[in-house]
Design a protein around this ligand. Structure first.
Ligand code: ADQ
Length: 485
């Protein structure tokens, strides 16, 4: 109902949902892996509207018509407005300030965080450019839904340009304690930037609370912890937890489609012939995901439980990520080296113990893998939510699998049927893996059914509806205020 009556929606993210690249066979459109885009593209395909993002592809300018790229290319449903950045802007805004500054700091990796003044200037300038583009393209009274740590200054900048729009900003990563956040030299400007929104969303109640505490400690704004509200410059900012979700029914339909079923069964039959259980990890190659620690835990597992050596296959699907940042390129190379070393340490006749797919796999294959897996391991050191955990649970139509889930992923607050692991404890993780592999079918099914129930009741549609409902509350209040003034 709300969706039918609502004003046009404008989504704003740093990465774009569709990237056009020149190849020797012509222009190819690719969809990148990443939590934000995977969650929002299906929504925009349903609602239509506008999406503002950085145009990062080599053919991105060539596919515009009248300054707009209609997407998805094969079934255009909404307008993509691209913000083009010069190489030094990408460096300062994206690689440096966002991904070498805010990303590690918010994941409490203080030692890694760097905040050069020049990078800050570029971050601020790019946020301005995003706000100007959104201000130019947003229809009157639009609802704007902006995202994440790359765009912290966007809400207040857009508000100054377009007071008619209503803004929700969602923070996908953990919010650190005030003592940590104040280490950012520009922390005040960032907080003021975010407080330009009408609604600020976080992944967990603890993140929302920590944000409120940060505002109370570092700004003169009035904070109401009980109501989840901040009074700032004569306005009320609603601060809420909206744990991001997956399209549970959509995933279940996809895993039961003939193609995915075939892929999954074929994989399963191969494993069953060898009497192997399949242990899977899927992630962007990022140090926060604990990929190297996971390899150490798998090592500890084989040392402690040598009997499993011929009865298990490990599979890791690693997407190279943020390759603009040298640290990420080094991490990826190191992961590849250590994976090879792992197989040298644990040689096996027939098939290698550890298989690595060093790239993104398409959605049907990924879902087939999730459906066939016996165990999926989420080893994050700290993670806002972690969508892989939820996607795996949704895809488990046979309920044969067990989820090993880091206690410090946001998803651990919701998925009680998972076996919790402590990512800094390789031996404890090895024991949890042994427990998972030994778990009987009935127990696996019971745990999986519990989590599936939760994901059916709390799906992607519910996530977006909760945010839209809060925007609606804001818009309604505004009308009431105008009427009574
Ligand atoms: P990310 O850190 O990118 O997201 P995650 O939540 O796991 O992490 O989302 C990754 C997405 O990319 C998933 O949809 C997954 O299926 C896909 N993906 C990952 N590896 C892949 C591979 N090898 N091949 C194909 N697809 C792959 C950020 C935060 C998270 C938060 C999300 C959403 O860091 O904590 O859950 O945003 O808010």
């Amino acid at each position: 109902m709300l969706r039918l009556e609502m004003p046009p929606l404008v989504v704003v993210t740093s990465r774009e949902p569709y990237v056009d690249e020149h190849t020797k066979f012509g222009i190819r459109t690719v969809q990148k892996a990443g939590g934000v885009v995977s969650a929002l593209d299906p929504l925009m395909q349903t609602l239509g509207g506008h999406w503002v993002a950085w145009g990062s592809g080599s053919a991105d300018r060539d596919t515009l018509r009248d300054g707009v790229r209609w997407v998805p290319p094969d079934r255009p449903r909404y307008r993509l407005h691209r913000v083009f950045l010069a190489p030094e802007e990408v460096e300062g805004f994206y690689a440096e300030y966002s991904n070498q500054g805010l990303w590690p700091l918010c994941h409490l990796l203080i030692e890694r965080a760097q905040f050069a003044e020049r990078a800050w200037a570029r971050y601020a300038a790019v946020n301005q450019r995003f706000a100007r583009t959104a201000a130019d393209r947003a229809p009157k009274d639009a609802w704007v839904f902006s995202h994440d740590y790359q765009l912290a200054l966007f809400p207040s900048t857009l508000r100054a340009l377009r007071p008619d729009v209503t803004i929700a900003h969602f923070w996908h990563i953990p919010w650190p304690p005030a003592r940590v956040f104040q280490l950012v030299p520009q922390h005040r400007a960032l907080l003021q930037g975010l407080l330009g929104a009408d609604v600020l969303g976080f992944q967990t109640p603890a993140d929302a609370e920590q944000f409120l505490a940060t505002v109370a400690a570092l700004t003169p704004a009035g904070v109401d912890f009980a109501q989840g509200q901040v009074q700032w410059q004569g306005r009320t900012v609603r601060v809420r937890a909206f744990p991001i979700a997956v399209d549970t029914a959509g995933i279940q339909a996809l895993v039961q489609s003939p193609r995915v079923e075939r892929l999954s069964l074929r994989l399963r039959r191969r494993l069953d012939r060898r009497g192997h259980q399949l242990v899977v990890a899927v992630e962007r190659a990022d140090y926060t995901k604990g990929c190297l620690r996971r390899l150490a835990a798998w090592d500890a597992f084989l040392t402690r439980y040598p009997g499993w050596r011929d009865r298990v296959t490990f599979l890791q699907v690693l997407v190279p990520s943020r390759t603009e940042v040298p640290e990420y390129r080094q991490l990826f190379a190191r992961l590849m080296r250590q994976s090879r070393a792992f197989n040298r340490r644990w040689p096996r006749q027939g098939s290698p113990l550890l298989l690595t797919i060093p790239r993104e796999v398409d959605r049907p294959r990924l879902m087939a893998l999730f459906r066939a897996a016996d165990v999926v391991v989420i080893h994050s050191l700290l993670d806002g939510m972690n969508l892989v955990a939820k996607e795996f649970v949704a895809a488990q139509v046979e309920r044969r699998g067990v989820l090993l889930l880091s206690r410090s992923a946001g998803a651990a607050q919701e998925l009680g049927g998972a076996l919790p692991i402590h990512p800094l404890d390789p031996e404890g993780t090895a024991d949890a893996l042994a427990t998972a592999l030994n778990m009987d079918r009935a127990e696996r099914a019971r745990r999986m059914a519990d989590m599936q129930r939760h994901l059916t009741e709390n799906d992607l549609e519910g996530w977006i509806d909760a945010i839209l409902a809060t925007l609606y509350e804001v818009a309604l209040n505004r009308v009431v205020k105008v009427a009574s003034s």
